[in-house]
Design a binder for this molecule. Structure first.
Ligand SMILES: [Zn+2]
Length: 276
C-alpha cells in the first residue's frame, strides 16, 4: 500500500544521543530496542533488521552502548522506527568481554534498564541521569564491583526523582531532619525520621556510618564520575548490604511489584531470596 498524502508528511526524522537500555526479538527478523535518549527520555524503537544486512547491527545495539540515534516517529505513534545508530562508545569493545557478559554484568545492565523504564518512561530525559548512565557504561570496564554500580545508580535515580528525600520534616516530631549532616532513617514507604523518633520497625539507618554517609553525599552532589574507579569507596558500597536491601525494597514499593531483573539475576542480590 502506498503511503502518500498528509499522513506521510507528518513523519519526522530525529537525531539525538542515546544509550541502549535493552533489546528483545520482535516479529520476523525485527528487534525491539529501548533507548534512553538525551532529549526524549525512554524511547521504544523497532529495528527492521530484514531490510539491512544483519551484521550492520552486530555489537552495536547492546545494553549501555551509546551513540547517535536517528529514528522516525510518525505523529501519534509511540514506537519509533530505527534508522541508524552510530556507535560512539561501547564497553564491550574496550573492556573485558567475560566480565561484561557474565551474570553480574548482565544483571546490572538489565537492572539499569528495568529501573529506567519503570521510573522514567513518559518523562523527558534528565541530563544528569543521562550522564550518570554514561558514567556507568565507562565504569563497566574497570574493577568497580557491579553491585556498587547498582547501588550508586539506584541512589541517583531515587534522589533525583524525589523518591528519596535527604531533608524534610520528621514523620514523628515534625522537626527538620538534615540527612547529609545528621543521621536519619527512612522507611520503605519513603518517610523520614530522626533515629530517636522512629516508631516503626521497618526503618533503615542509612546515614549513621560516616563513611557511607560521605560517599552518598559525594554521589548526590557530584555524580558517579566524582569517585575514581580505584577508590575504596566502591568496595564499601558493594559490601553495604543494608543499603542495597533498602534501596531495592524502596524501588519495589514504588513499582508495587518485585524487580524482575533481580529475580533472575541473583548475583546482584545481597542475600538469597527467602520467599518460597
Ligand atoms: Zn523527630
Amino acid at each position: 500500500m502506498h503511503r502518500t498524502g498528509p499522513s506521510s508528511r507528518t513523519r519526522r526524522f530525529l537525531r539525538e544521543r542515546a544509550i541502549v537500555l535493552a533489546h528483545r526479538d520482535g516479529p520476523r527478523s525485527a528487534r525491539w530496542i529501548w533507548f534512553y535518549t538525551e532529549q526524549s527520555g525512554v524511547l521504544e524503537a523497532i529495528a527492521e533488521c530484514a531490510r539491512r544486512p544483519r551484521r550492520h547491527w552486530t555489537g552495536t545495539l547492546l545494553p549501555l552502548n551509546y551513540g547517535q540515534l536517528t529514528y522516525r516517529l510518525a505523529h501519534a505513534e509511540t514506537t519509533a522506527r530505527l534508522i541508524s545508530f552510530d556507535l560512539e562508545w561501547s564497553p564491550y569493545l574496550r573492556g573485558d568481554l567475560h566480565r561484561l557478559a557474565g551474570p553480574a554484568g548482565l544483571g546490572l545492565t538489565s537492572y539499569c534498564a528495568e529501573l529506567t523504564c519503570a521510573l522514567l518512561t513518559g518523562m523527558l530525559t534528565d541530563t544528569f541521569l543521562f550522564q550518570q548512565l554514561m558514567e556507568i557504561s565507562h565504569l563497566l570496564i574497570t574493577p568497580v564491583p557491579m553491585r556498587a554500580l547498582a547501588v550508586a545508580w539506584t541512589w541517583q535515580v531515587l534522589c533525583h526523582h524525589g523518591e528519596l528525600v535527604l531533608h524534610g520534616g520528621c514523620t514523628a516530631c515534625g522537626q527538620m531532619v538534615q540527612g547529609t549532616r545528621q543521621p536519619l532513617v527512612w522507611t520503605v514507604s519513603g518517610q523520614i525520621w530522626h533515629p530517636q523518633c522512629r516508631t516503626v520497625r521497618d526503618a533503615h539507618d542509612l546515614t549513621v556510618d560516616p563513611e557511607i554517609s560521605g560517599i552518598l553525599h559525594c554521589l548526590r552532589s557530584h555524580g558517579i564520575a566524582s569517585i575514581p574507579p580505584e577508590s575504596p569507596a566502591w568496595s564499601v558500597l558493594a559490601r553495604w548490604t543494608p543499603g542495597w536491601t533498602f534501596l531495592r525494597a524502596r524501588v519495589e514499593t514504588i513499582l508495587g511489584r518485585p524487580l524482575r531483573s533481580l529475580q533472575v539475576m541473583a548475583d546482584l542480590a545481597a542475600t538469597p531470596s527467602q520467599t518460597p
